[in-house]
Structures are given as structure tokens and as C-alpha cells.
Design a protein around this ligand. Structure first.
Ligand SMILES: Cc1ncc(COP(=O)(O)O)c(C=O)c1O
Length: 484
């Protein structure tokens, strides 16, 4: 059976109580008479300026090749920089210990959105970087993040990369003791100077669904309690002197209680490290996972309530289990949010390229694909879709699909959308700021989209649309082809 989901701007106008909930998923757009804008700039103007709706006509050169102009056409991610900063500040303020018993560190998870200009904006606010590999360390450096505010937290990464991270002084979080052992055999005392952390898998996980749950028995991440005790013991024997503890068990959780329960479990383990092994901890990293609404009607995570309960539980449990840093105080509370900072601050804008009927279904094709925004095909995620300038009268269910040669290349199934949608309209896919561009690929030889940041009323191109030359960079033709 097909489920029809409502998807209208009008949902917000009928006085039926869903204005606020629609607002949740429309962030950071403003709407007036069906026309959308971001940071006071009409979204259509941005779309025209950055090639989503290019004004110039398609032209074919005399050689029969598409002109360069048309190569600049395509979907674009558009972000609201002010919203990104506000989201970061909300977490920072919510998680600060009101009683001054410990410090809080917020490190942005670059995997959620790795545009260096976005990291630069966050770094200017004092935010650190959570890096999954050495390329992310490089992005953090490009963005001006100081080395002391970087965590290298990879999975099965090569030793050479880890050495690089060590040498610049980043704290290193190991997923397994084997990785630590391989590294310690290759370095010259850096493991004594850098903070060494291991990832704890408490045997249960958070997360909106199984695909974004990163703790529990079936997870590939981290170590159980017995293994992790052994890992710290071994690391200390091998000369490590500075320690921290890491845990990240899932993404997109919008309730307070699971985070509080998990931090208690993590601090209990920290107590064992301190009391049984005599280790002190510089920080305890609770990972990311703070959720955001994607569907109208989804509840919001109350970040201030989370902060209140979490910081209280953290201080209390650290006291109860006698968890200390080397100065005898409470270790810093660290977190690595990604989605919460950028998710609702970005949209994917794409042109409607076709409208057809097939077996009684209405199918709207857009100038993007699962290679541009992977989340729907990969996780079955919901992204709200707005059509700029189309009023919501006469709605009808429609599928919204992309250009890839894949049956899973959908943005929406049987979604209620305005009946009057036409080719050339502008589709705006909401809540696409996290795991959007960063998961994009060149599948089907589609160029990666442009990225635009609106900040303090000005629009900045922060990544050009990928050109064909960039897509084939590094390709070597066979000698036989060259001779032909
Ligand atoms: C180790 C680690 N830290 C942080 C994050 C960011 O999570 P989120 O975007 O849910 O905040 C992830 C995401 O999977 C992660 O694996």
C-alpha cells in the first residue's frame, strides 16, 4: 500500500496547529505567498545566480558539443551560515556547566559537512574539529582550527595517516587496540605527548534507525568493556601518558533520556579506568547524535533540557565514581555533533526537469539524483520538499525522482505536492545540510553540485560545481587509444 504524505506550505497556514511543526523542517527558509527566501535573499535569485536555474539558453557549439555555459548548470546546496552559527552556539551554551565544575568542548563532526568554509565559520566561533581521517585533518587546518582542537577518530585507517595526525599534535581516538599497537611500533615517543583515547561500545546503541546506530553487539565500532580495560592497560605499558575516553553509539536521537543514560554508563567505565588502572582523563567524549526534525510534526530535541540533565548527571557521576583529570578536577566534557549544527541549515535546490504520468502516478523529475543526495536511497529518509512559488491548492500525490539509472533514485514517494508543478520550477529539498554534499558521489558520471553559503545577507559560492575535467582528473588512457 502506498502512503501519501502531506507536503505543503499550506499546512502552515490553515490554523490547524501544524505551522510550528512545518517551520521545524522549513528551516532556514522564510516563505511569503509561496515564495521562499533564505537570509532575506529570494531562493529563486540564488538559484539563478548559481546555475540551478540558469538564465542562458542551452546552446550547441559548431562542433556539436555543449557549450561551457551549460556545463555550469545543476543542483546546488544552499546553506544559511547564521543558522549554522546559532546551532553551534545553542549546543555550546546548553552544554556549558552552569556551576563551573568542568569545561565543555564542542568539536564539529566534519563527516556531516566537510566544506572548509563552513568549518572556518565554526572555528571562528571557537569550535574544534572531529576528523575521521587525515583528509579531514587537512580540511580542519585549511579552516584554521588549531591543532589542540582536533580529534582524529578513524576506523581502520592506515598507519601513515595516523602518524600524520600524531605529528601535528591531534588527540587520537582508536577504535581498537591493534591500531594503537601498530602505531606505537612506528612512532618516536609521540604517543607520550598526544592524548590517547579508545572508543567504548557499551553493548547498546542510540540512533534513529539500525543504519545509523553505531553501538551495540552488531556494531563494527569500538570495544566492549573487557577489551577496553585491556587496551588502556596496554597503552599505558607502552608509554602513553595522556588519556581520554570516547563513545558514540548512534545518530539522530531527539530524546533527552537516552543521552543521560549513556553518559552514566560511560562515566561508570571512566571510574574503573581511574580507580583500577590509576589513569586520569583529560576529556570524556560523548560523540554526536543530537537529532533534528525531518518530518513536519517531528518533535524537536530540547537541547537546553538535554544540556541541563546531561551536565548535571555528568558532574554527579564523575563525583560518584571518582573520575579525575591530572589536576584532580572533572575531565572536560567533549562532544562531536554534526547533524545538529548543519542539518537544518541547508537545502538542496534543483530544477524540475520533467513532469509525467505513468500507470496513474505522477512523477516529477529533478536535476539531481541519489548521487547528489544519497540519504533517501540509502536510509529511506524523509526530506520535506517545497516548490518555490507554487500554491498549495489542488494537491496531488507525486513521486519525486532523480536522473540516476537506479530504481532507488527517489527523493519522495507519493508525496502530496501542488498540482500545478511544471518543468522549470524550482524544487527545494529541506534539511539537507548534513550528510548531503559530504555523501555525494559521481555515480552515473554526475558532477558534484555547487555549494553556496548565505551569511549576514550575502551569498558566497563556497564550492564550484564540479567540472568534467575534475571528474576525469587522474584518468590515464591506454597507449593503444593514444595511437589510434
Ligand atoms: C565518531 C562520530 N562522531 C560524530 C558523529 C556525528 O554524528 P551526528 O551527525 O549524529 O551528530 C558521527 C556520525 O556518525 C561519528 O561516527
Amino acid at each position: 500500500m502506498t502512503t501519501v504524505r502531506t507536503n505543503t506550505i499550506g499546512c502552515g497556514r490553515g490554523g490547524n496547529g501544524c505551522a510550528a511543526s512545518l517551520n521545524n523542517v522549513m528551516q532556514p527558509l522564510q516563505e511569503r505567498n509561496g515564495r521562499l527566501s533564505m537570509g532575506s535573499i529570494p531562493i529563486r535569485q540564488l538559484a539563478e545566480q548559481f546555475g540551478v536555474l540558469p538564465k542562458q539558453a542551452i546552446s550547441i557549439s559548431s562542433a556539436g558539443v555543449l557549450s561551457e555555459g551549460i556545463m555550469g548548470e545543476g543542483a546546488a546546496y544552499i546553506y544559511d551560515g547564521n543558522r549554522i552559527v546559532d546551532n553551534y552556539r545553542k549546543i555550546r551554551d546548553a552544554m556549558s556547566d552552569a556551576q563551573g565544575r568542568f569545561n565543555t568542548r564542542v568539536y564539529f563532526a566534519l563527516k556531516s559537512n566537510s566544506n572548509p568554509a563552513i568549518m572556518q565559520l565554526l572555528a571562528s566561533e571557537g569550535c574544534g574539529a572531529d576528523c575521521a581521517n587525515y583528509n579531514e585533518i587537512r580540511i580542519a587546518r585549511m579552516a584554521g582550527v588549531p591543532e589542540g582542537r582536533m580529534l582524529y577518530s578513524g576506523n581502520n585507517n592506515p598507519i601513515g595517516e595516523m602518524l600524520g595526525a600524531l605529528q601535528i599534535g591531534a588527540a587520537i581516538n582508536f577504535d581498537d587496540i591493534n591500531l594503537f599497537e601498530s602505531l606505537s611500533g612506528r612512532c618516536n615517543g609521540e604517543l607520550k605527548q598526544n592524548v590517547v583515547s579508545f572508543r567504548f561500545n557499551p553493548g547498546t546503541g542510540l540512533g534513529e534507525n539500525a543504519k545509523i546506530t553505531t553501538g551495540g553487539e552488531g556494531s563494527k565500532f569500538g570495544m566492549g568493556e573487557a577489551e577496553i580495560m585491556q587496551a588502556y592497560r596496554a597503552a599505558r605499558e607502552r608509554g602513553a601518558t595522556r588519556f581520554a575516553l570516547h563513545m558514540m553509539t548512534g545518530s539522530n536521537t531527539r530524546e533527552v533520556e537516552p543521552f543521560v543514560e549513556q553518559v552514566k554508563e560511560q562515566v561508570r567505565l571512566a571510574g574503573r579506568l581511574c580507580n583500577e588502572l590509576g589513569i586520569t582523563l583529560e576529556f570524556i567524549d560523548i560523540g554526536g547524535g543530537f537529532g533534528i526534525p525531518y518530518l513536519p510534526g517531528d518533535s524537536e530535541l530540547d537541547i537546553f533540557e538535554l544540556g541541563r540533565q546531561l551536565t548535571q548527571a555528568y558532574a554527579q557521576e564523575c563525583g560518584r565514581h571518582n573520575v579525575r583529570n591530572s589536576a584532580g578536577g572533572i575531565p572536560d566534557l567533549m562532544m562531536e555533533p554534526g547533524r545538529y549544527i548543519v542539518g537544518d541549515a541547508g537545502v538542496l535546490a534543483a530544477k524540475v526537469t520533467s513532469v509525467k504520468n505513468s500507470f496513474g502516478r505522477s512523477i516529477i523529475g529533478i536535476d539531481a539524483s541519489m548521487s547528489t543526495l544519497m540519504r533517501v536511497a540509502m536510509y529511506d529518509s524523509y526530506h520535506h520538499i517545497l516548490i518555490d512559488g507554487r500554491e498549495e491548492q489542488n494537491m496531488r500525490p507525486a513521486d519525486v525522482v532523480g536522473q540516476a539509472c537506479e530504481s532507488s533514485d527517489f527523493f519522495a514517494h507519493a508525496r502530496l505536492l501542488p498540482q500545478g508543478i511544471r518543468t522549470g520550477d524550482l524544487a527545494v529539498i529541506c534539511t539537507a545540510g548534513a550528510y548531503g554534499f559530504s555523501m555525494s558521489s559521481n555515480y552515473c558520471n554526475m558532477a558534484k553540485p555547487a555549494e553556496v553559503l548565505v551569511y549576514d545577507g550575502e551569498a558566497h559560492l563556497i564550492r564550484r560545481r564540479q567540472g568534467f575535467e575534475q571528474m576525469v582528473e587522474g584518468v590515464q588512457m591506454l597507449p593503444l587509444m593514444q595511437e589510434a
